[in-house]
Design a protein. Structure first.
Length: 164
């Protein structure tokens, strides 16, 4: 009888996996003397909308940081700037970067380990989002940079970046 319970527990876990459950299942506490328990693990949701100005800022920072992390500042990073930033902001960033020798979008050297974008305020045709960049130094110390990002609501292009 114990063997059949062990088989049944394994079969339950196998059935969940074989059915292609949309939520990953992790078997826990599988023993021959009792039925298996299945614990579901959910991953954080990701999403967005091309109609959301806040989502567009998040999409830009996510893609831009990915490019810098993968291959450094290159044509793809410049293309992202061309797609998401106003021409006036691109010119201002070029001047800022020459003066400060840092990436103007991140307001720092290097690449952050994570980023977060949240709505802050809107008015007079603009939307402001707060961007938090998380950095980790070689000593495993974590620090954060806060930016205030302005977007034009009519075009959804990023038109300003300043410390926030």
């Amino acid at each position: 009888m114990a063997a059949s319970r062990g088989f049944r527990g394994t079969a339950v876990v196998g059935a969940v996996v074989a059915l292609g459950s949309s939520v990953p299942a992790v078997a826990s506490d599988v023993r021959a003397d009792r039925p298996a328990t299945v614990t579901t693990v959910t991953a954080p949701a990701r999403g967005g909308s091309p109609a959301s100005t806040v989502d567009r800022v998040a999409d830009f920072y996510g893609a831009y940081i990915d490019v810098l992390y993968d291959s450094g500042r290159n044509r793809l990073a410049d293309s992202l700037r061309g797609h998401y930033l106003t021409p006036k902001l691109r010119s201002a960033l070029a001047r800022w970067e020459t003066a400060h020798h840092k990436d103007g979008v991140l307001r720092a050297k290097g690449v952050p380990v994570s980023w977060q974008v949240v709505y802050n305020d809107s008015g007079m045709g603009h939307c402001w989002t707060r961007v938090t960049l998380t950095w980790q130094d070689s000593g495993s110390r974590v620090h954060r940079t806060h930016l205030m990002v302005q977007s034009d609501l009519a075009t959804q292009l990023i038109s300003g970046i300043r410390p926030g």
